[in-house]
Design a protein. Structure first.
Length: 141
């Protein structure tokens, strides 16, 4: 799915991001909720104010799962199987929302890692996040 060069671009940017998953994840979520307010409906039980503990903790979980996925790029389906069940059977998140989150994750990475997140790295991340989303939305209906 991803070329060796694309995998390398994903892994090398992750090495920079991995130490800061809570803050980066919270920012990606904050951007999601501000730009696409309809996505807030899934999180009515959260405190969505800027920088809240809920955003930090959940952002850390989301980016943590993405970081774990960087170790299983060739095997995303089995690596993400439990999360796939959760999103399809329990949460029933509309699949269209995944594109929106992938977008805000990329904007967050771009704003923090300007030099490394060049066009090639972005294309690799776009493909990687789309592959994760495909797995997480594969069990619907
Ligand atoms: C929960 C990852 C996309 C809504 C989670 C959890 C993870 C995760 C790791 C925590 C699971 C646990 O506690 O065991 C991801 C990844 C995504 C993604 C990697 C895509 C790249 C989305 C989208 C939405 C969403 C697009 C909705 C807009 C939720 C909700 C929960 C959740 C509502 C439960 C939150 C709670 O009550 O604690 N997700 N997710 N997810 N996700 Fe996702």
């Amino acid at each position: 799915l991803l070329s060796d060069a694309e995998k390398a671009a994903v892994v090398s940017l992750w090495a920079k991001a991995s130490g800061n998953v809570n803050a980066l994840g919270a920012e990606a979520l904050e951007r999601l909720f501000l730009s696409f307010p309809q996505t807030k409906t899934y999180f009515s039980h959260f405190d969505l104010s800027s920088g809240s503990q809920d955003l930090q903790v959940h952002g850390g979980k989301v980016l943590g799962a993405i970081g774990e996925a960087t170790k299983h790029i060739d095997n995303l389906e089995s690596a993400l199987s439990t999360l796939s069940d959760l999103h399809a059977y329990n949460l029933r998140v509309d699949p269209g929302n995944f594109k929106l989150l992938c977008h805000t994750i990329q904007v967050t990475l771009a704003s923090h890692f300007q030099a490394e997140f060049d066009a090639t790295a972005q294309a690799a991340w776009d493909k990687f996040l789309a592959a994760i989303s495909t797995v997480l939305t594969s069990k619907y209906r």
